[in-house]
Design a binder for this molecule. Structure first.
Ligand SMILES: [Fe+2]
Length: 396
């Protein structure tokens, strides 16, 4: 039986024209027991539509791991590798992750205290909130009235040593009910976005690239990002912008000699734009918080130099300059009409193309609002593909 695809329910805030290909609900199949043909259809659909939703399904940690692994059979370890570095208290990811003992590639995430869960007697979970990560916060009065922020726009990736997972699966087990909230961008634009409580928000990396003006597309296809070694430890003392789309440049990052041991060969340098292996489309995929340097190739032969930025190439090492350029390229892509805030129901399974979207945690729960999700992604067996020489020729 073929899989059935239906559009995702979009909020009123969404620009429908930008979501024509984005997001599908997969109906009529059990994600834990797909036939080889159905699995192939699901894989194709994920690369074509970036986010897939299965509603009202029962998914064991084993089945979730198996489905996640099917996208990259040679991948094995959790996306952050479960290594010592990421489990040190210094890493900003430390409080967010609890491993399912039976299936260590699957993490329990959420909020509040969860008892007797898949072999965990008691797990204290804390939904990450902007209050501990952004330089400025929403006032307590506004927060009480449901105002919140995007936490941190990101790709699920260690960004050091390991390759970014191809797919992330998120399974909602306990979803607290509560009033909707309003995301305030607080960046001087006055932009706001109404969101369901505890939404996961997604934007398309393809749209982020498509809407750029020509001169920035030209930079994007010629550029690579060099990430900091152990970026989550490096960035831990620093504080984020109010949009959650990168870090304030206040010089607070850990100096490289205070980081855990690292090797130059394990530092990651990725293209700014990643080529979708199924559609061939280009997706703007940068984790702005971990970016440290930008390397821009010169214009290819025959390209128009007039009005071009960095026609002879560039190596940007000034952190503020790197961040400002990335922000200029990424901020348009998170405008309210371009955000899909998923409205979680219990037993929703969401698969997303981690190399084709950016996503973020949103909102704030009270300690007694218990939320339990299973998350799985696997460090990939290969690096993301950049633009081809033809793509560079076309867009530069
Ligand atoms: Fe994530």
């Amino acid at each position: 039986m073929a899989i059935e695809l239906a559009p995702l329910p979009l909020p009123a805030s969404a620009d429908q024209s930008k979501f024509a290909d984005f997001g599908r609900e997969v109906k009529g199949v059990d994600p834990g027991s797909l036939s080889p043909e159905q699995l192939e259809d699901v894989k194709q659909a994920l690369y074509q539509h970036s986010v897939l939703l299965f509603r009202g399904v029962n998914v064991t940690p084993e089945a979730q791991y198996a489905l996640t692994k099917a996208f990259d059979p040679q991948s094995e370890s959790y996306g952050h590798g479960n290594n010592k570095t990421e489990s040190t208290k210094k890493s900003i990811l430390h409080p967010d992750l609890k491993t399912i003992p039976r299936v260590p590639q699957v993490q329990l995430i959420g909020n509040g205290v969860v008892y007797d869960h898949e072999g965990l007697a008691e797990a204290k979970l804390k939904h990450p909130s902007h209050t501990t990560f952004h330089k400025t916060q929403v006032s307590p009065e506004d927060e009480a009235n449901g105002v919140t922020r995007f936490y941190r726009w990101h790709i699920d990736a260690a960004l050091y040593d390991l390759n970014p997972p191809k797919v992330t699966t998120l399974y909602g087990i306990t979803v607290p009910k509560g009033s909707p909230q309003v995301v305030r961008y607080d960046d001087g634009t006055g932009e706001e976005l109404p969101v369901p409580l505890g939404t996961t928000a997604f934007v398309s990396g393809k749209t982020m690239f498509d809407i750029l003006p020509q001169e920035l597309k030209s930079v994007a296809v010629r550029a690579k990002v060099k990430y900091a070694p152990h970026p989550y430890v490096w960035m831990a003392p620093a504080r984020a912008l109010p949009t959650g789309l990168g870090i304030e440049s206040d010089g607070l990052e850990l100096p490289s000699d205070e980081l855990p041991e690292w090797e130059v060969e394990r530092v990651k340098v990725f293209p700014v734009v990643w080529k979708n292996p199924v559609t061939g489309e280009l997706h703007f995929e940068v984790h702005p918080c971990g970016a440290q340097e930008l390397l821009v190739e010169p214009l290819p032969q025959g390209a128009k130099r007039e009005g071009a930025l960095f026609p002879d190439g560039a190596h940007l090492t000034n952190l503020k300059e790197v961040r400002e350029l990335l922000y200029k390229m990424q901020r348009p892509g998170i405008a309210p009409p371009l955000v899909y805030p998923h409205d979680w129901l219990e037993n929703d399974l969401v698969l997303f193309h981690n190399r084709g979207v950016l996503h973020t945690v949103v909102g704030a729960f009270k300690p007694d609002q218990v939320r339990a999700f299973h998350q799985c992604n696997l460090a990939a067996s290969d690096e993301p593909l950049g633009p081809t020489p033809e793509d560079v020729q076309k867009w530069a």
